[in-house]
Write a protein that binds this ligand. Structure first.
Ligand SMILES: NC(=O)c1ccc[n+]([C@@H]2O[C@H](COP(=O)([O-])OP(=O)(O)OC[C@H]3O[C@@H](n4cnc5c(N)ncnc54)[C@H](OP(=O)(O)O)[C@@H]3O)[C@@H](O)[C@H]2O)c1
Length: 284
């Protein structure tokens, strides 16, 4: 697993995985390896056509793979990440809405099932993994989560909003690990990986096109680049007792997130804020 070739992934027969954005980029790199190693993989995507393409690609490498479509639109809009200011249908700024709040609600709805499964499954095998970014240490506001202005509409760049959503990914699972101690919750930085992610920065900051080759110099593609996500999802080296709520740098290195990303009180407050924000919009 550590070399990115994914040869040493364990047999995943009988396991079920849900991968958001699993038809493309890092999500696809994750879906295909999990499926090739025997897991049933639900590719959660807003596009049935894109799922079909992904399904075909998986079948070419592994005809017996079990991949299924789960329709999921985290924002009801068309884009994500480092975009000019937009809002989701529920009035959240797009990046915090899709990267964090959509995923918070999705995992919250799955928690009852995850808990029942955790009671019967091998300890530490039921997991929630958030793909954060090391950019949370550099781009987010220094004070961390700005709960008084979660949309950060004025006075902040798209980059700051991205970093903010990525700190939220870290704090989300820190708190989930505390509340649901039988579910192994992990956030991570995947490394710099060549994916469609750069479409966002290019549309919001056209000059990014110029520095993109430098940023991506030597970066792997999404198949190899999924190694840290796969490690977090299935490595038996990660333990419920010692690693719950951890943040991983590639590959599989338990590391400290930013100061704000390590703040237990901030994690608790963010959880509370999110539950209230969702309840006020009719989501329990
Ligand atoms: N690539 C890197 O270097 C890097 C570094 C650090 C962190 N990350 C993180 O890795 C994660 C995956 O990114 P990626 O690099 O694989 O980028 P990507 O290729 O652009 O993939 C993004 C995925 O998110 C899906 N998505 C966007 N909006 C959605 C919505 N409203 N509802 C449901 N799905 C939606 C996209 O689906 P559509 O095809 O329908 O748009 C796509 O599958 C992100 O959280 C990113 O922040 C990436």
């Amino acid at each position: 697993m550590g070399d990115g070739s994914h040869q040493s992934l364990p047999d995943l027969t009988g396991k079920v995985a849900i991968v958001t954005g699993g038809h493309t980029g890092l999500g696809f790199g994750t879906s295909i390896e999990l499926a090739k190693h025997g897991a049933r993989v639900y590719i959660a995507s807003r596009s049935a056509a894109k799922f079909k393409d992904a399904e075909r690609e998986v079948a070419l490498e592994c005809p017996e793979a079990d991949v299924r479509f789960l329709e999921l639109n985290l924002a009801d809009l068309n884009s994500v990440m480092c975009l000019p200011y937009e809002e989701t249908v529920e009035g959240f700024e797009m990046q915090i809405g899709v990267n964090y709040i959509g995923h918070f609600l999705f995992s919250r709805l799955l928690l009852p099932m995850l808990q029942i499964t955790a009671e019967k499954a091998v300890k530490g095998s039921v997991r929630v993994v958030n793909v954060s970014s090391d950019e949370h240490t550099k781009l987010a506001p220094k004070e961390g989560i700005i709960s008084s202005d979660m949309n950060m509409k004025n006075d902040f760049s798209v980059w700051a909003r991205y970093g903010h959503s990525k700190i939220a990914n870290v704090l989300h699972l820190k708190e989930l690990a505390k509340i649901y101690s039988n579910i192994l919750a992990l956030s991570l930085h995947p490394g710099t990986v060549k994916t469609n992610l750069s479409a966002g920065p290019i549309s919001s900051t056209p000059l990014y096109r110029l520095i993109k080759p430098i940023v991506e110099l030597g970066a792997p593609g999404p198949r190899k680049g999924a190694a840290n996500i796969l490690f977090a999802a299935v490595s038996p080296n990660l333990k419920l007792e010692s690693d719950n709520g951890a943040y991983l740098l590639p590959i599989g290195k338990v590391s400290a997130p930013s100061k704000a990303g390590s703040d237990a009180k901030m994690a608790e407050d963010l959880w509370e804020w999110t539950v209230k924000a969702l309840m006020s919009r009719g989501y329990e």
